[in-house]
Design a protein around this ligand. Structure first.
Ligand code: F6P
Length: 364
């Protein structure tokens, strides 16, 4: 039996770096530090109850609320610490921002500061952790503003308010049946599977491409009564199946772990919607722009898919705050474009008059 030759993540990064002969290697070292944090999180997640990592950091749920007003899990806190501790020492970062931290994270003055900024959601979908459903980490790498690099000053919120097109790299790790790292450094998307014996991410999914068409959609349908008209129209048409305007049957999926839905869509196509709705008008969407929508958006676009607010391309949105929420639609290109078209078209006035219904006095 011949052993299949596979690239490790390190070898892949060295290959990618050959495109930039003057690159210092800092960027690659940063990605490897992120990968190390993900491996540490994967190990903790894998121990589950045996590792005493499930549940809340404090016995009273009320005191386990994070900056987003969401219930924090022990693994949220542990994952955040792995990210900060394993990436701060390398000298590649000017600062970080995390879903779990209200303010930007400063690289301690005793350590060297660098030219990149790391933005992350250390454990996406963590409401699933206690029920042993796939969770993941999402990250994005930005370049620090020049004055931050020159002066080594503390980072402030405004330094992070860069549109998705300015991301240098984005990725996610998935803690599922296997641990995977999916990465784009702006040259397509590659997937790596963690070999638990070697402790190495091995390139198993080179050059991932999302099918442009799909018959699978993912949305939290319990919010249906709060959806805006274009979203309602899109979902109604999918549900109508073969006899409906789309003339085909659709499947619906909802894991409630965005990172896991993104991975399914990357592997076999599909569309994900967490649109802006009227459930809580103080929140313009459920998901966060800088560390959820933008990194997933970059991965989707790099794999031939599309990411959007429903109205405009996600990566073009100018952020206004660190923890900004936004409506998010991503996945197979033709489907996302259809949803954008529905948003652009004037809202059809629904006539609840039986005379104008599909079968009525005026139709046969
Ligand atoms: O971080 C937000 C998140 O956990 C996503 O991973 C997921 O898609 C969404 O929330 C689930 O929301 P809901 O509870 O409305 O299903």
């Amino acid at each position: 039996m011949t052993t299949r030759r596979r690239f490790t993540l390190t070898q892949y990064l060295i290959e990618q770096r050959r495109r930039f002969p003057s690159a210092s290697g800092d960027f690659n070292a940063l990605i490897l530090d992120v990968a190390l944090a993900c491996k540490a999180i994967a190990r903790s997640v894998a121990f589950g109850e045996l590792g005493s990592v499930l549940g809340h950091p404090t016995p009273e749920v009320a005191t386990s609320i994070n900056v987003q007003g969401e219930v924090q899990k022990k693994m949220d806190v542990i994952s955040n610490e792995y990210f900060t501790q394993m990436t701060e020492w390398g000298g590649h970062l000017a600062g970080m921002a995390s879903e779990e931290l209200e303010e930007p994270y400063q690289i301690p003055e005793t350590l060297q500061r660098g030219k990149y900024m790391l933005v992350f959601d250390p454990l996406d979908g963590s409401s699933n952790i206690d029920v042993n459903v796939t969770v993941g980490s999402i990250f994005s790498v930005l370049r620090a503003p020049q004055d931050v690099i020159d002066s080594g000053r503390d980072v402030v919120e405004a330094d992070f308010l860069q549109s998705g097109t300015q991301q240098l790299a984005a990725g996610y790790a998935l803690y599922g049946p296997t641990t995977m790292l999916v990465l784009t450094v702006g040259n397509g998307v590659s997937g790596f599977t963690l070999d638990p014996n070697l402790g190495q991410f091995m390139l198993t999914h080179p050059d991932i491409q999302i099918p442009v068409d799909t018959h699978e959609f993912a949305i939290n349908a319990s919010n249906a009564r709060f959806w805006e008209a274009p979203v309602k129209r899109y979902v109604d048409e999918c549900l109508a199946g073969k006899p409906g305007p789309r003339a085909k049957d659709f499947n619906m999926r909802w894991i409630a772990s965005m990172v896991a839905e993104a991975h399914r869509i990357l592997m076999r196509g599909g569309v994900f919607l967490y649109p802006r709705d009227t459930k809580d008008t103080s929140k313009p969407g459920r998901l966060r722009l800088l560390y959820e929508a933008n990194p997933v958006g970059m991965i989707m676009e790099q794999a031939g898919g599309r990411a959007s607010t429903g109205e405009v391309p996600m990566l073009g949105v100018q952020p206004t705050s660190l923890h900004q929420r936004i409506g998010l639609v991503f996945g197979s290109k033709n489907e996302v474009e259809r949803i954008e078209r529905y948003h652009a078209e004037p809202v059809k006035v629904e006539l609840h008059n039986p005379l104008f219904a599909e079968r009525s006095l005026f139709r046969d």
